[in-house]
Ligand binder design. Structure first.
Ligand code: HEC
Length: 150
């Protein structure tokens, strides 16, 4: 015998589950993540340029890192909300990345391989410094603990 009330209950229960499941997927990647992936790719291009002494490649890639796109305004607010009182630190790290990427570009223009490598090391360190301090709590905050990077 059919039990309409039970059916309705099941329906409600399963749609709640669906809702909960979709809630778990709600953490869409931030625009920042794509920006970061592109930074990573451009760093690889520079490494390749250094290996082959292709200073033109290095010179034209460095500004893509120095002047990387910013996340849309709404996302920026969410990020600043998360960063909170560490805002200056966070911005300083981004500023260091900018400055060192510019130095890489400048050295490449002068075809000064040694200087490119020195500046590139500083650039990598600037990426590392921000990741070391912010990335794990950032990922936990925006995507949940289970996605946290080690
Ligand atoms: C001011 C802080 C900051 C600086 C500077 C920074 N990053 Fe990031 N990076 C982050 C944050 C925060 C994440 C996590 C973003 C996310 O998962 O949405 C991240 C994640 C990444 C990722 C992983 C993306 C993925 O696939 O999940 C790569 C690659 C990356 N950054 C490359 C770089 C490189 C290369 C540089 C330097 C040229 C750099 N980042 C500089 C904050 C920074």
């Amino acid at each position: 015998m059919k039990q309409p009330r039970k059916m309705i209950f099941n329906l409600l229960a399963s749609s709640c589950l669906l809702f909960a499941a979709s809630g778990a997927h709600a953490a869409e990647p931030l625009a920042l993540q794509k920006i970061m992936k592109d930074l990573g790719k451009n760093m690889q291009l520079i490494t390749d340029g250094i290996s082959r002494g292709d200073w033109e490649l290095v010179e034209k890639t460095a500004p893509l890192i120095a002047d990387h796109p910013k996340p849309p305004f709404g996302e920026k607010l969410r990020i600043l909300g998360f960063v909170g009182t560490n805002m200056n630190k966070y911005k300083d790290y981004d500023g260091e990345t900018h400055d060192h990427a510019q130095a890489v570009g400048k050295a490449a223009r002068a075809k000064d391989g040694r200087e490119v490598i020195l500046a590139f090391e500083k650039l990598q360190t600037s990426c590392y410094n921000c990741h070391n301090e912010f990335r794990k709590p950032f990922v936990e905050h925006f995507y949940g603990k289970k996605n946290a990077v080690q």
